[in-house]
Every structure is written in C-alpha cells, then in structure tokens.
Design a protein around this ligand. Structure first.
Ligand SMILES: *Cc1c(COP(=O)(O)O)cnc(C)c1O
Length: 463
C-alpha cells in the first residue's frame, strides 16, 4: 500500500486490542542474571520476594519461558477506558524536517495520569485485589506513577499509601491533589510514620527527601502491614511485560498498512516503556526475523547505559532491595536536578541491560536544552505538549530523521511518546526564560557513583 493512503491516526477496534502480553525473555539468548539476596549472596527465592511483592507479579518476574501471558479480562476491562492509544503518522513533523523518513509515534498520554504508567498500575492493582490484599504502597518522585496507581487502586477498590518525595510534593502540589482526589493517602517522605523516615529525619532534619528514602518507607510499610504489598512502576520484568501492550498495539496498527519500522526509539528511565514498545519487534529480531534497529534515549545528566557499568547493584539508594545485574551509575549516584524526573534513575531494567550488553540495541545520551528544543518544535507542529521524559525520544527520532535527509535515504521510524507535560511547566518556564542549563557529570562525578556499587562476591571481576 502506498504511503499516501496511510491516515494521520491508525485506529484499532476493541476486538483488535491485545489479549496477551509479550514476554520477550522467552527468546533471549542470554537470560538476565538472577536477583541476588544481599545477605546470602545467593539468588532470591520466591519466599524472599513474597513478603514484599504480589504473588502473580513474582510469577511473571521469574517466567523466562512463556512467550504469551494472558491479560486477565478484569485488566482488559480497565484498559478499555483509555486504550487503544493512538498510533500517529507524524506527517507535520516530517514536513517540518523536510525528511524522506516516515515517522510514527505511539501516544500514551491520553489518560488522566498523563503517561504509560497506567498500563502496569492497572495490572498490579488487579493482581493485588485478586490475591485478597487490602492495601498497597509505593513511592513516587515526579508523581506520574503515584497518579497512575491511585487511579488503578480506586478502580479495583484498594487502599493506597503513596510516599512522595517531599520536595516533589511541595513543587507539584497539583500532582499531589490529583492523587488525593482518587482517594490515595499521600505521605511526604521522609515522614514520621516509618522507622526509616524517622531515622533520616533525625540525621538530616529539614531534608527534602529522595526516591531511595521513599522506597525504604514504602517497603517498610508493606512489610509491617497485614494484607499489604509494595508495587513498583518500572525496572522489574513484570512491569516491562505489562508495558508490552504499547508495542503490540503499535505493531498491529502498522501491520494493517504493511508497515515495518526500520528504527524503534524510546526514552529510558527504568526501561519499562522502551522495553514494552520494542518487545514484540525485539522478539522477532532475536529469532532472526528482522533487522530492526532499537535506540534507547537517556539524559546526558543520568547516562546509565552510555556511561554506566554492567554490575550487580541495589535498586534503591537506601540499599534495602535485592541486587540486580544492570547498567548502573551506582545506587549512590546523585543525578543533577534535570527536569525529566522519570529518567533520573541510577540503574536500568535488567532485561533491557542484557539486550544492550548483547548488542541488540543502541543507546544515545541527549542534553536537556536540545531535548526541550525538540519538545517545543513537536508541540508546535504535532499539537501535543510532551512530557520532558518523552521529549528525549522525540529528540532522538528527529536526529535519525535528519540523518535520513543527509543520506537521502527513506527509513521508517517509530517512537514512543510516553506522556504529556502539563505538570512540568516549571521546566518549560526555565526553557522559555532562557535559564535552562545542561549538566553533564564529569568522570570524577561518575567515579563517586561507581564507588557506591557494592563490592561483593557476585561483582567479582565486573568492577
Ligand atoms: C516514568 C516515565 C518515563 C520513564 O520510565 P520508564 O520506566 O523508563 O518507561 C518516561 N516517560 C514518562 C512520561 C514517565 O512518566
């Protein structure tokens, strides 16, 4: 079919929506390394994980063999409210760039939480309810995850405590109100309600908090509350699995018009939207069925893949979680206050890390002011005000489209537009005022972070 016939938006019917998530691990040549219990230096047992996570999520976390995992009807019922998400041919962006490339994007910001995070929040809340739990806890930094989970907890009837990094709760009071409106309890972290919080407050009175501290508080609350578990919005395999609904819908929509991308691009924080977008295409690539190029776009200020180490590290800065083998800047790495809050994470999904390590994808690091230039260009021509996180993918896609123009080659580019930027207007203000800065960590900054990667048996030879 000629490109002339491809509509601006490709729609899917309810019938065409995925009924299974896609488990890319079933096709990986090298499985991701197991999680390690830091106390024993042995792989984590299911029992280790059960005290903290929901049973079904643990099953999915450890499932390396089933290619397709059914999306329960109860989750599909919730998905119907905001899915399928639009798959858009970016005609106006193509025209503006005057590129021979065809550009498509999958837009996940069409729901009240404003991001793709609702895809996993729905599944995790559903499983918690099905297990007979009464409440769940989590942390949120930028606030998107807390909002998504509050919506899902309200829908399935669960109590939710959101430990929100105190500075973030103060900087984004309206984000906090959305969470409260959906009935969740927002606890600015560090708080007096947990031992971990009280300890930090005693040591650092007046601190604005950190994600690491908020995680410790949320995990402690889950461990100590009857019928309560902790849920996480990125990094883990089951979160990535839930996000494959993005890639599956995109692939179905493009196949209606016989389109296969040459390049698939996503922004990477913990790796869940990127992993979910690329999964069905990556599964085929791993089986030798395509030659698609995959590109993860990360901030130059927090370059976990382009400059990090592939080693075992804690998933939180408070060093309370199991050890995961991933690309990391060190659990004690302090990223600069870059505006893409959702990409300010020291590590990376172990699955994405393994695929990167094995050479199946590339990573690029992009600087903040260039990211905002792309964001503003995109807002003006395609109409959507992107989240700063999402704009990293736009920026990388624009670079690829301009490369096509230089080479006079037509390529088909698909990228993930993860969310909207209405709660990031402080960042847009800085950009508009010309006060935005680019901070790139020095080798010395990175060395300081690397020194916080645990020196333990499983890291022998990796550091
Ligand atoms: C959280 C977030 C991200 C990054 O998270 P991943 O797990 O890497 O996908 C990207 N974009 C938006 C809008 C987010 O809220």
């Amino acid at each position: 079919m000629s490109s002339q016939q491809i509509p601006y938006k490709i729609y899917l019917s309810e019938e065409e929506m995925p009924k299974y998530w896609y488990n890319v691990k079933a096709h990986m040549k090298n499985a991701r390394a197991p999680f390690i219990n830091p106390a024993t230096q042995r792989p984590c047992s299911k029992a280790d994980l059960r005290a903290v996570f929901c049973d079904e999520c643990i099953e999915q976390e450890l499932n390396d063999t089933d290619e397709l995992i059914e999306i329960p009807q109860g989750v599909r019922d919730f998905y119907k409210m905001f899915r399928p998400s639009p798959l858009v041919r970016a005609y106006y962006l193509e025209k503006l760039l005057d590129t021979p490339a065809e550009i498509y994007y999958k837009f996940e910001g069409n729901n009240t939480s404003g991001s793709h995070k609702l895809n996993s929040a729905a599944a995790q809340a559903y499983y918690a309810k099905k297990q007979g739990l009464r409440s769940i806890t989590t942390e949120t930094g930028a606030g998107q995850w807390g909002t998504a989970l509050a919506m899902a907890a309200a829908f399935y009837g669960l109590r939710l405590d959101v430990f929100m990094v105190k500075v973030s709760a103060e900087q984004k009071p309206y984000r906090k109100e959305v969470i409260r409106t959906y009935g969740a309890n927002v606890v600015p972290s560090p708080s007096e309600t947990t031992a971990a919080g009280r300890k930090i407050l005693k040591e650092f009175p007046g601190t604005g908090g950190s994600l690491g501290c908020a995680i410790s508080e949320a995990v402690e609350r889950a461990r100590e509350t009857e019928g309560c578990r902790y849920v996480l919005g990125s990094v883990l395999d089951h979160v990535l699995l839930h996000q494959t609904v993005i890639g599956l819908e995109a692939k179905t929509a493009l196949e209606k018009y016989g389109v296969t991308p040459d390049i698939v691009i996503g922004c990477v924080g913990g790796g869940s939207n990127f992993g979910g977008l690329i999964a069905p295409y990556m599964g085929e690539r791993l089986q030798g069925k395509n030659e698609i190029e995959f590109i993860g776009a990360e901030p130059a200020s927090c370059p976990s893949m382009t400059r990090g180490k592939f080693a075992y590290d804690f998933c939180d800065s408070a060093r309370t979680t199991p050890l995961a083998k991933m690309y990391t800047l060190g659990c004690g790495f302090m990223p600069s206050p870059n505006h893409a809050g959702g990409l300010r994470y020291h590590g990376m999904s172990p699955v994405v890390s393994q695929l990167y390590h094995d050479g199946y994808m590339r990573a690029v690091a992009v600087e903040q002011s260039k990211v905002f230039q792309s964001a503003v260009m995109f807002a003006k021509c395609e109409g959507i005000l992107p989240a700063p996180e999402s704009a990293h993918a736009i920026c990388a896609a624009v670079d690829e489209a301009l490369e096509c123009k230089r080479e006079g080659r037509k390529k088909t580019i698909l990228f993930g537009l993860t969310g909207t930027g209405y709660f990031d207007l402080g960042a847009y203000k800085q950009y508009n005022d010309g006060t935005m800065t680019d901070y790139i960590p020095t080798e010395a900054d990175l060395a300081k972070g690397f020194s916080t990667i645990p020196r333990c048996a499983v890291n022998e030879g990796l550091l």
